[in-house]
Ligand binder design. Structure first.
Ligand code: SAM
Length: 259
């Protein structure tokens, strides 16, 4: 196992990872390494494909703006992702990208856009969600890419959650109480904070409403689900993307298992 190179750039490459593999970078990747980061021949790059752990590779320039990477050794074995499903109503494009990146950085193993009565489902561009998830994975150092699902009606997505999965329902109408205590109490009823049976990560899900909020029927649908904890994020009405970051940070801090 090679030593981890903390300040080496990271790239997601969907290629088999073996010692000696030589891979030709596309123009954008070569430009990023050679021109933007101004890396030189022989300098390390960390690469991962989401399946085979992380590998150290060395830059082998093949022209002024072209380069290959030669894989030299694995730096980290593949580790399983956490178990956090992130359900959110589509937002305006720029904020959707932002929310997707923050969800990945804070441990989402699955991203599920949900269509509610007050959102337009056509806002979801899956290829953009994928690209944002990969960019966030490269930046934050995770090895397993999250699963990205196509937009689904809210009722279908909630019904599709496994019964043992604890759903954190961000509800601005929930009583403003201590969210940490509320999360800890809900988790304690489901296998202990951060650990389900057999030290697996506690199966979690988070659901955030759209700019226009959930309808009363949707709130009943979510709130009536057995393993759901309604959580207030404080007395102010947060934008959906602010609420996303707030609740993901809270869940990661209180229940996260560090994956
Ligand atoms: N009902 C809000 C209003 O009256 O403006 C609109 C929804 S808010 C902009 C978007 C979503 O963020 C909500 O559906 C909820 O999931 C979440 N949210 C916002 N503020 C919150 C808070 N204080 N506590 C918990 N969730 C909140």
């Amino acid at each position: 196992m090679a030593a981890y190179e903390f300040n080496a750039p990271r790239l997601f490459l969907d290629i088999p990872m073996r010692e000696g593999t030589r891979h030709t970078l596309d123009r954008a990747q070569a430009n990023y390494l050679l021109s933007v980061l101004r890396r030189a021949a022989g300098e390390p790059v960390l690469v991962f494909n989401g399946r085979d752990g992380e590998w150290r590779a060395e830059i082998a320039p093949t022209g002024r703006k072209a380069a290959d990477l030669v894989l030299t050794a694995q730096t980290r074995p593949q580790t399983p992702p956490g178990d956090l499903h992130y359900l959110f109503a589509p937002l305006k494009a720029a904020r959707l990208d932002y929310v997707a990146q923050k969800a990945v950085e804070m441990g989402a193993s699955l991203i599920q856009p949900v269509v509610t009565r007050r959102t337009q489902g056509d806002r979801i561009k899956l290829d953009k969600l994928h690209a944002n998830a990969i960019e966030a994975a490269e930046q934050c150092g995770i090895l397993a890419l999250p699963e990205i699902r196509d937009a689904a009606p809210l009722a279908e997505a909630v019904a599709g959650l496994a019964p043992e999965r604890l759903l954190v329902f961000c509800d601005e109408d929930a009583p403003v109480a201590d969210p940490v205590a509320a999360l800890r109490q809900a988790a304690a009823m489901h296998g202990g904070p951060g650990h389900g049976p057999g030290n697996d990560p506690l199966p979690l899900a988070v659901v955030i409403g759209p700019e226009g909020g959930f309808t009363p029927e949707e709130r009943t649908l979510i709130g009536d689900r057995r393993n759901t904890v309604r959580l207030s994020l404080g007395p102010r009405i947060l934008r959906a993307d602010t609420a996303a970051v707030a609740v993901l940070a809270l869940v990661q801090a209180v229940l996260g298992d560090g994956r």
